[in-house]
Design a protein around this ligand. Sequence first.
Ligand SMILES: O=c1ccn([C@@H]2O[C@H](COP(=O)(O)O)[C@@H](O)[C@H]2O)c(=O)[nH]1
Length: 236
Amino acid sequence: MQRPLIIALDLDNKEKRLALLESLKGESLYVKVGMELFYREGNKVIEQLKEEGHRIFLDLKLHDIPNTVQRTMKELAKLNIDIVNVHAAGGQKMMAGAREGLETGTSSGSRRPVLIAVTQLTSTDEQTMQDELLIQRPLTEVVQSYALLAKSSGVDGVVCSAQEVPLIHQACGTSFYTVTPGIRRVGDEVGDQKRVVSPGQARELGSWGIVVGRSITGANDPLQVYREMKQQWEGL
Ligand SMILES: O=c1ccn([C@@H]2O[C@H](COP(=O)(O)O)[C@@H](O)[C@H]2O)c(=O)[nH]1
């Protein structure tokens, strides 16, 4: 499959979501269902998006005790989603439990969802990580180390900034998934994101997939911005 541009469907009501999808009608999409949308519209929205032929990254970032994460993943596997995630900070046992839960919950003949782990949120910079989370290491070292921990726990890839992708490839190999949010065109508002790159830079750095939210969802013409960012991402 071509490396995807994943659209984060972060919108504050159903009407806006439907209007956005209508404006992108005819495009074969990879969409991200985050907490805002899932907690509002539940499993139904997953079924609808699947019926419309879209691929789905369910971004719930599970982070709990291993038993709870394992049992929850068993339930999520039944939703027929393509990617799902946890926080790597939950540790090895939790991540291994997540994988086991997904395997148990995937029905025979279906494909297990790809499991990825968040290393450090792209809204976190090194200063904040050190001052607030009390992790006294360089951020790149932490991201690389969490990626290695994820890999050794049976996880298929990570969420990180594209800035860290070369280091992750070095440590975990190039077939380890790297899904990278914090994507902006030059001149776009950055908002709360800290480790930001453009779609073209993400391609050059080797990201497997990019996640784009507000640059598209907040645009006057989402289709035009989607196409422009996709072209940059694909190097066209
Ligand atoms: O480290 C992370 C993990 C997840 N995200 C999610 O990606 C999108 C980004 O949205 P933008 O509007 O393009 O900033 C959003 O849904 C986040 O929850 C992330 O940004 N960073």
